[in-house]
Design a protein around this ligand. Structure first.
Ligand code: F6R
Length: 614
């Protein structure tokens, strides 16, 4: 889960590579490097840490690179070998004539390394990638043709890779290939781009080709040739990308996370267009390819996801079981793939993923597909590997999410689950029409209600300031908002590094209550409905242990004033829809605490946006 970018063309390459890497920083940011074709050599520059360190490293070399018009770059999230300069990409062969950047994992690198060392290759790094540099260089020695060398070398490589390769003896040529890792070619007016993701080149072109597994592309400033693994030339399909470069700007917000939190009302509006018009019309989900009979035949649903997407999935379970009366299991993908699961053709398997690339979820989906299940994918990336496995594809259309902490994609996943549950309930006739009508009419006004919460953000900011010096934080809830407590806690820990935990409120007294004292903040998610009184009494239990009590509520119950030290109000909403409103103040609390603490909000330590390793 690193980011790679490359360019061959007529324009100076340095800014193209650095700007491209900046847009790929969400994929990792522990070190970076570039290789550029200079007068006589391919020069390599690397730095540990954020991209700004590489920019500084390059400053004294700016003149010698200024005329270069071809090169490759890499931004790393370390898997094999610590984040050091030696382990940073690009990697080179013994003589330094061949340079490679790689995203993925070479699974047979130990065996390859032993073979290559026996043939005289000298390894400098602890990475799996260096094996590829030496291997392609040996093949180049035999063929004197970079494309052929890459083709021969990759036949010996096992694992996942997107590779970009240059050789000093074939200046202005970039050879790229991929297997189980994304790689996209951008077709510009003045040259060709190649990158792990579209943001790396969208400001230069919106024409692109998605390379398929095992295809090899040879790019020069004037030409593009794509071959399959047997060497046969392929006529590529050129796609017009529906992307705007402006999506990648902060639009005046201090951080992408804050901007993305504010985009949430429009994200819901966009999803509802064409799917839910009025409370009187049925939900339209043409994307779901299950027939009425298939739906009626389903015996169970399994939902597989990781992290924030897993929390959206947990809310999906409440909705589907309640409205559609189908049993739903939710499981972390990493657990699903290593046990015997009861998955069959009468099971609908739903994979949820913002990126559509998460390795654990992708593997789980593939396993379920082999067992004959219908695969429904809920993703923000209809161009992703997961989307390609889908029998039904629900694209959540949240737009690019840059901040590592997922916010608007979560709201989009929730909205999609509501639509799916309503749609299935309407087909199966499992919930009275008046209940569905009420839910639909409330859904249509959720965006305005989120806007009201955002308009009240100064109050939430005060709450964040008040508790920003805490070392621990507890979130409690019951029922459909239990996953909201988990998600609120995840947001806080990932960007502020505070130890935050979500509990079902009824579980507090079975152990966690022992941690409570006068400095421990406990945030109760107290939404009116079936479990309101229960959470209230669980909150009383916590108050009795002198905890700092915070309420997140849509109730104007006067009892709350005495029980809580701080109250955050959200607009009134049906209990079933309340997770969509309740999460917004929790996102803001996490954001403001991290900001007060001076943390790197958009790029928290040790994380990456797209987790393409198991
Ligand atoms: C948290 C977060 C992660 C992701 C998780 C799954 O804010 O972003 O927990 O939710 O890595 O990623 P996707 O949804 O891309 O499969």
């Amino acid at each position: 889960m690193c980011g790679i970018v490359g360019y061959v063309g007529k324009n100076p390459v340095l800014d193209i590579l650095l700007d491209g890497l900046e847009q790929l920083e969400y994929r990792g940011y522990d070190s970076s490097g570039i290789a550029v074709k200079c007068k006589d050599n391919i020069n390599v520059y690397k730095a540990v840490g954020k991209l700004k360190n590489l920019r500084e490293e390059l400053t004294p070399h700016a003149y010698e690179i200024s005329k270069s018009t071809s090169g490759i770059g890499h931004i790393r999230w370390a898997t094999h070998g610590a984040p050091t300069v030696v382990n940073a990409h690009p990697h080179t062969c013994n003589c330094g004539n061949l340079v490679v950047v790689h995203n993925g994992i070479i699974e047979n690198y130990v065996q390859l390394k032993a073979k290559l060392e026996a043939r005289g290759c000298v390894f400098r790094s602890q990475t799996d990638t260096e094996t590829v540099a030496h291997l392609i260089a040996l093949k180049y020695g035999e063929t004197k043709d970079l494309t052929k060398a890459v083709a021969l070398a990759t036949k010996e490589v096992e694992g996942a890779y997107a590779l970009e390769v240059m050789h000093n003896d074939e200046p202005d040529k970039l050879v790229i290939t991929k297997r189980n890792a994304p790689l996209i070619i951008g077709i510009g007016e003045d040259g060709y781009y190649a990158a792990s993701d579209i943001p790396a080149f969208i400001k230069h072109t919106n024409k692109a080709i998605y390379l398929s597994d095992n295809q090899i592309a040879t790019l020069t400033p004037q030409s593009l040739k794509i071959q399959d693994e047997n060497g046969a030339e392929i006529t590529p399909k050129i796609e017009q990308l529906p992307w705007e470069p402006v999506a990648l700007s902060k639009m005046g917000y201090k951080h992408y996370m804050l901007k993305e939190i504010h985009e949430q009302p429009d994200v819901i509006r966009n999803i509802l267009v064409g799917k839910l018009h009025t409370s009187d019309s049925p939900v339209k989900l043409d994307e779901v390819k299950l027939t009425k009979e298939n739906l009626k035949d389903l015996t169970r649903i399994q939902v597989i996801a990781c992290g924030t997407s897993l929390h959206a999935a947990m809310i999906g379970k409440y909705l589907i079981e309640d409205l559609c009366s189908i049993p739903v299991d939710v499981e972390a993908s990493s657990e699903y793939i290593y046990r015997k699961t009861v998955t069959d053709s009468k099971t609908l398997v739903i994979g949820v993923s913002q990126s559509g690339e998460t390795a654990d979820t992708l593997t789980a989906i593939k396993q379920a597909k082999e067992k004959g299940s219908h695969i429904l994918i809920i993703t923000n990336r209809p161009d992703s590997a997961m989307a390609r496995e889908a029998d039904s594809l629900l694209s959540v259309n949240a737009g690019i999410e840059v901040s590592v902490a997922a916010t608007k994609s979560y709201i989009a996943q929730l909205t999609s689950f509501y639509l799916l549950a309503l749609y299935m309930a309407e087909i199966k006739g499992t919930t009275p029409a008046d209940v569905l009508k009420k839910l639909k009419s409330e859904m249509l006004i959720l965006p305005q209600k989120i806007e009201q919460i955002l308009a009240n953000k100064e109050h939430i900011q005060k709450c964040a300031r008040k508790y920003s010096s805490t070392r621990d934080f507890i979130y409690i809830a019951r029922g459909i908002n239990y996953p909201t407590a988990l998600e609120g806690a995840l947001k806080l820990k990932e960007i502020s590094y505070i130890n935050a935990t979500g509990y079902p409120a009824g579980e507090l007294k079975h152990g966690p209550i022992a941690m409570l004292d006068e400095i421990m903040p406990v945030l109760s998610i107290l939404m009116k409905g079936s479990v309101y009184e229960k959470i209230l009494s669980n909150s009383e239990e916590a108050r009795a242990r002198n905890a700092q009590m915070i309420a997140l509520t849509n109730s104007d119950d006067s009892k709350l004033e005495n029980l809580f030290d701080f109250i955050i109000h959200v607009p009134d909403v049906d209990e079933m829809l309340s997770p969509i409103l309740a999460i917004v103040p929790l996102q803001l609390i996490a954001y403001y605490i991290a900001e007060f603490l001076g943390k790197d909000v958009d790029q928290p330590r040790n994380l990456a946006k797209s987790v393409t390793v198991e």
